[in-house]
Design a protein around this ligand. Sequence first.
Ligand SMILES: Nc1ncnc2c1ncn2[C@@H]1O[C@H](COP(=O)(O)OP(=O)(O)OP(=O)(O)O)[C@@H](O)[C@H]1O
Ligand SMILES: [Mg+2]
Length: 306
Amino acid sequence: MIETENLTRKFGDLTAVDGVTLRIEEGEVFGFLGPNGAGKTTTVRMLCCLISKTSGTASIGGYEVGNGPDSLKIRKLIGFVPDSVGLYDELSAYDNLDFYGKLYDCTEAQRKENIERFLKLLGLWEKKDVAAGTFSKGMKQKLAVARSLIHDPKVLFMDEPTANLDPESAKTVRDFILDLKKEKRTIFLNTHNLDEAQRICDRIGILNTKLMAIGTPAELEGSTRGRKTVVQLEQVNDAILAALKKLPLGNMTVDGNKLTIDVTNPEKENATIVDAITRAGGRIQSVTVVGSSLEDAYLKLVREEK
Ligand SMILES: Nc1ncnc2c1ncn2[C@@H]1O[C@H](COP(=O)(O)OP(=O)(O)OP(=O)(O)O)[C@@H](O)[C@H]1O
Ligand SMILES: [Mg+2]
């Protein structure tokens, strides 16, 4: 549905996006991660035909980005939630959406149906007659999400849609993204939230001007190690330590009654650890795994030289 080949954008001497090649299937939720200034917004703006590309090719639904007549077709096919919201402050929530619907030549019936549906889904229906300028940041953000969908686009680009949202609203938007996926829409999501990416994305790309890695969350996690299991015991003793040392485990450190053990696959190793401690007569107060493996993969990749 979205394809790019060596997509590049320069601003003067600065290369913001360097040779990005991607292929995103219909119905896929694709997460784009990367540090500030990595080129995520620039990539999305090129794909949405808002800025020109310097070189390379890109297409959406078979239409070519950068080709005049195709750009018009692409704009009807896509919705865009920008990182800065840009609503008409003096218009009500409802009228903002109605205005955009008209811009996209939606029929009155389609506008009515979609405005009601999306405002209700995003918890803004009761505020439909209130001027958008009085909305909080998060409410504006949700209104921008509704606006991007008013013309039923098949492909949705979202640039940090949950950045300003409280945890509950962020969950509303994430659940909403998964509903859109069920409708076979393709979603391209820029985010800094690794947990969010891990939970809702089918695949993740890590950008740092260049595309550093791409894969499913599990594939990216598999590319690094670094998780630790922390076991809090009532009382550490030599029998417990001896039992653990017999196991094929990673490095272990002991701090008072707390053990920290390097693990590669805690889902399996923790059971063995708990079993050995219990057999040695130890009493466990808690077992926790620290270090998100996607976070490790991300940090490793973005620290690599560009
Ligand atoms: N219009 C512009 N003129 C000059 N430089 C620009 C322009 N737009 C973006 N840049 C530069 O391109 C680089 C990539 O910026 P971009 O906004 O794409 O990053 P980003 O990955 O979206 O970052 P963030 O996570 O902070 O949103 C930055 O160095 C930025 O300063
Ligand atoms: Mg950005």
